[in-house]
Design a protein around this ligand. Structure first.
Ligand code: MIG
Length: 684
């Protein structure tokens, strides 16, 4: 049994997250109560009492309630006990005290005596207080009461999630090569830098399929340009890399540089395709190139125009992109900077006391991503002018949709790789997401693991973190452990920030371990790809918390550091430095698989229960469920080399028999539905 009901409050903006709008339910909102009251608030002992108007949806939680979802976010798999904000934010410090990351994913499941799903289709700022103000209550507060609410019911959490995924449409499917390993770094300046990276990998026989181009490839950070000095023959270079089986994947930023003679800028101005300020002039913000305009990707025509710009790179042989800074991040706005400068000037020669120093510092720190700036520019949506803050969470979605829609037109037969930093549910149809600017911290390895199932719940299947960590300096053991998780994530990319320790695998001592570890990813590709495709085509999860699959098991429900991956396996990565291994809970008998490489495999059958499992740095350990099969192969140096059907081997846990439904296709075309892609594997 499953059921979805849609309720509507006020005049919601159509986000197109949901493809086929359900008719509005006429009844009252279930589960929640709308609380409207005045409350007295005192901020400190001697501050004045303030009357505050409160208006929120409230749900009372029993002690057993757990809350799952919210996609890309801080904290646990169970989201209870914190206040989250739906507000796409460029914040490179993903610590527990934060309330939002780059995505706004307003879908969650409340699991307790009654279990139901909630999707709040609202593109502005939304506060999701999950037991923060009161431990036993959920409070939901949109900035304005114009929203669509969907309530989903079903027999199990998995069923509810599937129902939701059906509602919002099929997840993006990347080309098969995008499941290969990729190397990235902010700071690869030239053809020579990139050749050196490829050489480092190929010489050491560490598999590699892609090298990412960060902002350094552009001419003065201008979108859809390539620096002619550092990349004098770009299309030849793209071809040269293709001969090496390397895909180059350039970054595209949201802001378009203001510069006379720059075609994208001039066209955008002429056609009126940039966001406007209060006076109706093109809004000026600043990002990498200095002053920029933002393409109004919420305006259909502008979106179409911007999407077509990707053709410049497609025509030179590029087959994949990453969209950055599309929260949108704004270093400062022209207007605000002027005001700040004025204030600072007035402080000159002043004998500043502590408060004044704080205020001085806040002036400068508050320049970037300032909420006031988001209130000072406008979009044109279906002919109507809409202030940005009311649709803030749609910008990354719009930008990625621009690209996705253009690819459909420009390359209808081909899959193009696309993933974005900012996102909203709905964007999952056009691209994946990477998890943004994490740090080379052990805690972030675990955080990245926890985000996988919640992102999947919201439709984002193609995802992964910057392996090794973006900010801070990595250590060799951290990179190895992170890769041991990364070999299971669809996007497997090592990326790091300018100025941090270089973290390409060949720079460390254990070259052979890196080779074998990444080789295991390539070896497991038949399984990983098949599971990805089935999850996308059936609107299912690729990664699930144990709680979803073993809902009756009290121990399984508590597990926050192991995941099921597809139908056959459970993963339990090590995320602590200097650990010899870790505790693992098996909710049913499983077969432990210990891989040193695809050629060096040991297995052991374990009964249900708690174990301490040793996992040396050189090994990958995972678990096969009873009656299940994992098809694998020997590994190659790149995806196209990786397997011949005759080389397929099976890992399995067949007490009596085991079965597997194996999906495979050419990995490039879009003939997804063809029944020929499915094959039954059996072990008796
Ligand atoms: O302000 O392009 O998240 O992956 O390397 C930083 C430079 C801009 C942020 C992205 C990161 C990328 C970086 N970008």
């Amino acid at each position: 049994m499953s059921r979805i009901r849609r309720f509507s409050i006020g005049n919601p903006i159509d986000t197109e997250a949901v493809l086929k709008k359900l008719p509005k339910d006429k009844g009252g909102i279930p589960y929640f109560q709308r609380i409207q009251k005045m409350e007295v608030e005192k901020f400190s002992e001697d501050s004045q009492e303030t009357m505050v108007q409160r208006d929120y949806l409230s749900y009372v939680m029993g002690p057993e309630v757990k809350i799952y979802g919210l996609g890309e976010n801080v904290r646990g798999i169970d989201k209870r006990g914190w206040v989250y904000e739906s507000n796409c934010t460029d914040d490179p410090n993903h610590t527990e005290g934060k309330h939002a990351l780059y995505g706004a994913h307003n879908f969650f499941v409340v699991a307790g005596k009654e279990t139901f799903g909630v999707f709040l289709d609202y593109p502005g700022k939304l506060t999701l207080d999950f037991g923060y103000t009161r431990m036993d209550e959920i409070h939901i507060t949109p900035e304005e009461w114009n929203l669509d609410l969907y309530f989903l019911e079903g027999d199990t959490i998995l069923e509810i999630v599937k129902e939701f995924r059906r509602l919002v449409g099929r997840s993006y499917i990347p080309p098969r090569w995008a499941f290969g390993y990729g190397q990235s770094r902010w700071g690869y300046q030239s053809e020579a830098d990139i050749r050196a990276v490829v050489k480092g990998y190929r010489e050491n026989q560490i598999p590699l399929d892609a090298v990412y181009l960060d902002i350094d490839y552009m001419e003065e950070f201008k979108d859809f340009t390539v620096d002619q000095e550092r990349f004098p023959n770009f299309s030849d270079f793209v071809e040269e890399m293709k001969q090496e089986h390397i895909h180059l994947v350039p970054i595209i930023d949201a802001g378009v540089k203001i510069e006379e003679g720059y075609q994208v800028y001039e066209e955008g101005v002429k056609k009126d395709y940039f966001c406007k300020d209060q006076e109706g002039k093109d809004f000026v913000g600043a990002v990498w190139p200095g002053k920029v305009h933002f393409p109004d990707v919420l305006n259909k025509n502008a979106r179409k125009w911007f999407g077509k710009k990707y053709k410049y790179l497609l025509d030179q042989g590029i087959e994949g992109f990453w969209n950055d800074m599309n929260e949108p991040a704004i270093f400062y706005s022209e207007k605000n900077l002027e005001q700040v400068m004025k204030k600072i000037k007035s402080m000159k020669y002043k004998n500043m006391d502590m408060w004044e120093v704080f205020a001085f510092r806040d002036l400068v720190n508050g320049l970037a991503n300032n909420p006031e700036d988001y209130k000072s520019f406008y979009h044109k949506i279906n002919g109507t002018s809409v202030r940005h803050d009311k649709v803030h969470n749609l910008y990354g979605y719009g930008m990625t949709r621009a690209a996705g829609e253009a690819f459909e037109e420009l390359e209808p037969e081909k899959r193009i790789l696309m993933f974005s930093r900012a996102s909203y549910i709905g964007m999952h149809r056009y691209g994946g997401v990477w998890m943004g600017d994490n740090q080379s911290w052990w805690s972030h390895l675990l955080l990245n693991l926890k985000m996988l199932p919640s992102l999947n719940m919201c439709g984002f299947l193609y995802t992964g973190a910057d392996l090794g960590g973006f900010g801070s300096d990595v250590t060799e053991d951290l990179l190895l452990r992170w890769l041991a998780l990364g070999i299971f994530t669809p996007l497997m990319r090592n990326h790091s920030a300018l100025g941090t320790r270089e973290q390409e695998c060949y720079r460390f001592t254990q070259t052979e371990t890196f080779r074998k570890l990444i080789g295991i990813r390539y070896g497991l590709m038949p399984y990983l790809y098949s599971e990805y495709m089935k999850a996308a085509l059936r609107d299912e999860l690729l990664f699930s918390p144990l709680a979803f699959v073993y809902p009756e098991d009290d121990h399984a429900r508590e597990v926050e550091d192991q995941l099921l991956l597809g139908e056959s396996i459970m993963i339990a990565p090590v995320y602590t430095q200097n650990a010899k291994g870790r505790y693992v809970y098996l909710p049913e008998p499983m077969k432990l698989v210990r891989m040193r490489s695809v050629e060096e495999i040991e297995t052991e059958v374990l009964e249900k229960g708690h174990y301490y499992v040793e996992v040396p740095l050189e090994e990958v350990v995972f678990f096969i469920r009873p009656g299940k099969i994992v098809p694998y192969t020997k590994s190659g140096q790149f995806v196209e080399e990786e397997y011949q059907e005759k080389d397929i081997r099976l890992l399995h846990f067949a007490e009596e028999k085991a079965e597997y439904e194996w999906y495979q296709d050419d990995g490039y075309g879009k003939d997804y539905e063809n029944p020929k892609h499915y094959r039954k594997l059996q072990v008796k």
